[in-house]
Design a binder for this molecule. Structure first.
Ligand code: BGC
Length: 416
């Protein structure tokens, strides 16, 4: 079994989605938008099969305010212990810039100490930390300046990167930016995330600036610690044709280039590995996306985990770099698809490795149920269920299965 070649097994999180009590451009927007989001819920989710089950939660304004979230900021050691019981040896998280630099130019030493300790606690459990430096949230003062929209602002990000990497020393794997394309598209193209703009020009300048921010951060980190392995976490949407017509083939090529390869090409000289976040496949029918939707998750996303194989082979042949699955998962509150999703993904990865693709880690999204951005708390991505009233954690059956699988992979010499 080729999966034995994978060194790191675990799960992913991001600060704003699990920590609780953050103050950044998202937390401000949530308070301003919660009522509106709750009112428009029937329009956005009414078509979902599970609407009856989620409608109460989705129409509650509190669903859209991250608040204390899973309170992971306080409960992180307990969460690490749970992850340890699932036999993880790796864990991905993000460092919340707004905690480190709550006011422009003022470092919060206690927040820095917190993350140092966080890494210490991971290491104490023999977890390899995978750190993300920008996972969609910005300090409010940076957002007020326009954030990454203006190239002159990149210096604030690189100053944060320099500070945090010189302080939190014991990390090797770093993803500078999580899903630059998703962040750009949702915030400046379709206007669903703060600051809810719809501007092609801004979309373009933002994505160019994110690539440049990554490259600058890469150089700074390498100077501080040449042993660091640096990449980005790139969302990869797999596009395929419905009828194999010429127009569909052209569309697939164009969309694949724009949404998947453009950014990777731009940063390829400044990446030690490629991080892949995989959730979607898009079937192109004529000039539109029309998915078969024979099997969908709670958010109505068509599930085709097997397509990870084509993605891995493609990326390997194009870039010949180690690949880490930095996220992959399903919104599945009843836990009916999660085990299947992981199994199918692993089959796809196994096949790709057998063909020479180097895959360094599989980090499932997510360890815990969490705050799913503009969708709020109702979509449940966690291996571990969180009761948001009591903050109790309960591993789902798929988590227990995954934990046993990891143990077999890591501890058994030969697997059939
Ligand atoms: C993001 C996560 C998000 C997940 C599920 C990725 O786009 O990195 O923050 O929760 O997908 O939507």
């Amino acid at each position: 079994m080729s999966l034995k070649k994978i060194k790191y097994w675990g799960a992913s999180t991001s600060a704003h989605q699990v920590e609780g009590n953050n103050h950044n451009q998202w937390s401000i927007w949530e308070l301003a938008s919660a009522n509106e989001l709750s009112k428009s819920a029937p329009k956005r989710y009414g078509w979902l099969e599970n609407w009856a089950e989620i409608s109460k939660e989705a129409q509650d304004p509190n669903n859209y305010v991250s608040g204390v979230s899973a309170d992971h900021y306080r409960l992180y050691k307990e969460d690490f212990d749970l992850a340890k019981k699932l036999n993880f040896n790796a864990f991905r998280f993000s460092i919340e810039w707004s905690r480190i630099e709550p006011e422009e130019g003022k470092w919060d030493e206690s927040a820095i100490e917190y993350y140092k300790n966080y890494v210490r606690e991971l290491r104490a459990r023999n977890f390899e930390p995978f750190v993300t430096l920008f996972h969609f949230t910005l300090p409010d003062w940076f957002a007020e300046k326009g954030g990454f929209l203006y190239s002159k602002n990149i210096v604030y990000f690189t100053r944060f990167v320099e500070k945090i990497i010189s302080e939190v020393k014991d990390v090797t794997y770093i993803t500078t930016i999580n899903e630059p394309g998703v962040y750009t598209f949702m915030s400046y193209m379709n206007g669903k995330w703060p600051p809810q703009e719809k501007s092609r020009i801004k979309t373009l300048s933002l994505i160019i600036n994110l690539a440049s921010a990554h490259k600058k951060a890469y150089k700074i980190i390498k100077k501080i610690n040449p042993n660091c392995k640096i990449g980005i976490s790139k969302n990869y949407s797999y596009f395929y044709t419905h009828n194999n017509s010429l127009e569909e083939k052209i569309m697939v090529k164009a969309l694949d280039y724009l949404s998947n390869l453009w950014f990777l090409n731009r940063v390829k000289k400044h990446e030690d590995f490629i991080g892949i976040n995989f959730y979607f496949s898009n079937r192109i029918s004529g000039f539109r996306v029309r998915n078969p939707n024979s099997k969908v998750n709670d958010l109505g996303w068509d599930m085709k985990p097997q397509n990870l194989y084509q993605i891995l082979v493609r990326l390997h042949s194009k870039y010949a770099k180690p690949i880490f699955i930095t996220e992959s998962g399903v919104a599945d509150r009843k836990d009916v698809h999660r085990k299947w999703w992981i199994q199918q993904s692993l089959k796809a990865i196994d096949k790709a490795i057998a063909q020479g693709v180097e895959v360094g880690g599989y980090l499932h999204w997510s360890l815990l149920d969490n705050f799913e951005w503009a969708d709020g708390f109702w979509p449940r991505f966690g291996l571990i269920e969180v009761d948001y009233k009591t903050l109790q954690r309960k591993p789902r059956p798929s988590a227990l299965w995954y934990g046993e699988f990891i143990s077999k992979i890591v501890n058994t010499k030969e697997l059939k």
